[in-house]
Design a protein around this ligand. Structure first.
Ligand code: SF4
Length: 360
């Protein structure tokens, strides 16, 4: 348990040592909201250029609400977890339509917005509105598990509840904005996953893990299962003027709303060229000739699986692709120098770069 003096020590440390970040120079709930969404599962240094570009283009909720989703996704490309961008865009429209363009200041209304769960709502309400909601992100979980010596698997719901209870008890209710940020900053800069800098930690005297020389034992996570690996074969199909066929992924799917070259997962015992032929037949209702070998092979890791993407040149033999065959999702024929105007998932983007280098 922290005393009031410990809380003050932590707050003093934060006010002296905090990093100067653009979303800390504002009290605007819109800007704080966007930063919180971008920072989910993503490092600060990775977020910074995206945040600056995003704010330059969408300085307020109205500009975001008016934008096309394609443009939002294009600005988001490379940041991953694209449902964040889709939900943010939907939420911006709801804020304009239902809340007169102002981010709601109640927990109930905030968590009713797409993409805003209890953590994000607590962060925005405490930081932007000074409300006493405790924040529990990955950094706070690590700090609390070490402070209190919580040795059970932090992925378990029951353990997360215990941690949330500790966070609520620790919170400085007079200074929730700075206190929550102090806990997150401590986890990000001092109480780091490997080799925490305990000698410069303001909570050292209170810390169970430090006293027992056991910082490497917390937080405990049961060993992760091995991620499955898939081989994906895609066809880069051209029309007679050399334009390339791209398809939009359905909104509800992983990487929804992004564009890609048509193709799919290799089935057991299937040659990769046959995968391209089968997938394009099923998805687009066309028959294609596929080059004997892929012109580019890319490996990519997602959070729950890894892929090897094999890109083949292909030409139409029979039929013409139509969106109905793609469950109504749009298809486009685009020149290779127009590929930069569309948002692609990382592995597909590497294929577009090869195509643009080849000028094909
Ligand atoms: Fe983390 Fe070390 Fe501080 Fe404990 S003393 S909270 S392990 S940095």
């Amino acid at each position: 348990m922290l005393t009031d003096a410990d809380r003050k020590t932590l707050l003093d440390w934060y006010r002296r040592m905090r990093r100067d970040l653009p979303w800390r120079r504002t009290g605007d709930p819109y800007r704080i909201w966007i930063s919180e969404i971008m920072l989910q599962q993503t490092r600060v240094d990775q977020v910074l250029p995206y945040y600056q570009r995003f704010m330059a283009r969408f300085p307020d909720v109205t500009s975001l609400a008016r934008a096309d989703l394609d443009e939002v996704l294009r600005l988001w490309e490379g940041l991953g977890y694209y449902s964040r961008a889709r939900n943010m865009h939907k939420a911006a429209r709801q804020i304009v339509d239902r809340h007169a363009g102002r981010f709601p200041d109640t927990h109930e209304e905030a968590i009713a917005l797409p993409g805003i769960g209890p953590y994000t709502a607590a962060a925005i309400l405490s930081i932007a509105f000074g409300q006493p909601w405790p924040v529990v992100d990955g950094n706070v979980i690590r700090v609390i598990s070490r402070l209190f010596g919580i040795g059970e698997d932090v992925r378990l719901g029951s353990v997360q509840k215990t941690i949330a209870r500790h966070a609520a008890e620790l919170l400085d209710r007079e200074n929730p904005a700075d206190f929550n940020q102090a806990m997150m900053e401590l986890g990000a800069t001092v109480c780091t996953p490997a080799a925490p800098s305990c000698s410069s930690c303001p909570l050292q005297e209170r810390c169970h893990a430090f006293r027992h020389n056991a910082t490497d034992q917390y937080p405990y996570k049961s060993p992760a299962r091995k991620r499955p690996h898939h081989h994906i074969a895609i066809g880069v199909v051209r029309d007679t003027s050399g334009r390339l066929l791209i398809a939009r992924r359905p909104d509800h799917a992983m990487l929804g709303g992004l564009w890609e070259f048509p193709g799919g997962k290799q089935e057991k015992g299937e040659a990769l060229r046959d995968t391209v032929r089968r997938e394009l037949g099923e998805e687009l209702g066309v028959d294609v000739d596929v080059a004997p070998k892929p012109f580019r092979v890319v490996r990519h890791a997602y959070s729950h699986f890894t892929i090897t993407l094999h890109a083949f040149h292909a030409t139409l033999k029979d039929g013409s692709p139509h969106p109905e065959a793609q469950n109504g999702e749009p298809l486009r024929w685009v020149a290779s120098d127009e590929l930069t105007e569309y948002a692609f998932p990382k592995a597909n983007r590497l294929i577009t770069e090869t195509l643009m280098e080849q000028g094909s």
